[in-house]
Design a protein around this ligand. Structure first.
Ligand SMILES: *Cc1c(COP(=O)(O)O)cnc(C)c1O
Length: 359
């Protein structure tokens, strides 16, 4: 397949003149800066944040690139992953005309973002084993389908998506294949970023919200061809990543071993929690997980249904995610792996619930 990015971009995006910020027009660091209408005296707080931040976050990208095996120019940073998801849709899909394909059960934000942009959605469910239904997906793709979202490891099912199926999509779909790797640090597999130079239609999303423990900062990563990253840079708000976020992200990258230690602990806890959950009479199934959460099926015959378990947990101030009404996840709750103490508390509350003897 001979993929041409320009052929799937919206025409007005191709010809758009982007906002040129003061920091675009002069990139030097030394000088008397009277160009951006900042407050030269300082800030009305303890630290000084009176200067606009680097619009392209080069310091972070230069540190991140070797860690991820990509070039800095292949990185886009967004205000959470939500921002690149929205920008990718806006760059490629004309509302009421071009479509986005998603494979539920999956992360809800792809659909919400398409809806906000008034972009039609094609939904092709995963197979009962939570894998891509390749022939059905390929048959459902239309001339004006621009984007396809694959979440791997998938939320809320927790499993990795078969790599071969993603490769088939990359080879056969003349649009962008967006692989959301928000949970990749918890999986025993390589990132798809290694394939970026081979597939110009590949986009990989990662985030600082999960393994890095920085959900409150709102910092998402998007890896793609340099050509596509240039388009995203053109349509993003000029200063989309704040200076404190950039500083803290740089500090986190300096402490990457701390992230790795936390991931190792979470993986160990995941194994313990999974085993202990399975030993509870009211638990019917614990799905294998490549992420930092477990999909757990309740609805044991004679036992309380998932909603009853969910409500009881809430009454004891243990909050999990009710996925029991989601197709293919019937009877399931999604449980994030917590600290050892938090997991023990969850297990304690669950073990208080009785499974009735069947007559
Ligand atoms: C948590 C999560 C994200 C991260 O979103 P942010 O906006 O970066 O916090 C992205 N994708 C999936 C599938 C997630 O579960």
């Amino acid at each position: 397949m001979n993929f041409k990015l320009n052929s799937i971009l919206r025409p007005h995006i191709l010809s758009l003149t982007p906002y040129s910020s003061a920091r675009d027009e002069y990139t030097g660091r030394e000088g008397v800066f009277l160009d951006a209408n900042e407050n030269a005296l300082g800030s009305a707080t303890v630290a000084n944040y009176n200067r606009y931040p680097d619009p392209y976050q080069w310091a972070i990208k230069e540190r991140l690139a070797p860690l991820k095996g990509v070039r800095p120019e292949q990185i886009f940073l967004g205000n959470g992953s939500d921002e690149p998801i929205d920008l990718l849709i806006r760059a490629t899909c004309t509302p009421e005309q071009d479509s986005v394909l998603v494979m539920p059960p999956t992360y809800g934000m792809y659909e919400v973002s398409a809806n906000i942009n008034n972009v039609p959605l094609i939904r092709i469910p995963l197979t009962p084993g939570f894998q891509i239904d390749l022939p059905v997906v390929l048959a459902a793709i239309q001339e004006n389908t621009k984007l396809l979202f694959v979440c791997s490891p998938n939320n809320p099912t927790g499993n990795l998506i078969d790599r071969q199926a993603v490769l088939s999509l990359l080879e056969q779909f003349n649009g962008l294949v967006v692989v959301d790797e928000a949970y990749i640090d918890f999986a025993d597999t390589e990132s798809m970023t290694a394939l970026l130079d081979q597939f110009p239609n590949l986009v990989v999303l990662q985030t600082f919200s999960k393994a890095w423990g920085l959900a409150a900062l709102r910092l998402g990563m998007c890896f793609a061809s340099e050509e596509l990253i240039r388009v995203l840079n053109k349509i993003k708000p000029p200063y989309n990543i704040s200076a404190p976020t950039q500083e803290l992200a740089l500090d986190a990258i300096d402490h990457v071993t701390q992230k790795e230690e936390m991931v190792a602990k979470i993986l160990a806890e995941r194994a313990v929690l999974s085993e202990k959950l399975l030993s509870l009479p009211l638990v019917q199934q614990v799905y294998p997980s490549d992420a930092n959460f477990l999909l757990v099926r309740f609805d044991q015959p004679g036992g309380p249904d998932a909603k009853t378990v969910f409500d009881h947990l809430i009454s004891q101030q243990v909050i999990v995610r009710d996925r029991s009404k989601v197709k293919l996840c019937e009877g399931c709750l999604r449980i994030t792996v917590g600290t050892a103490d938090e997991n023990s508390r969850l297990l304690e509350v669950l073990s208080q619930m009785k499974v009735l003897e069947r007559a």
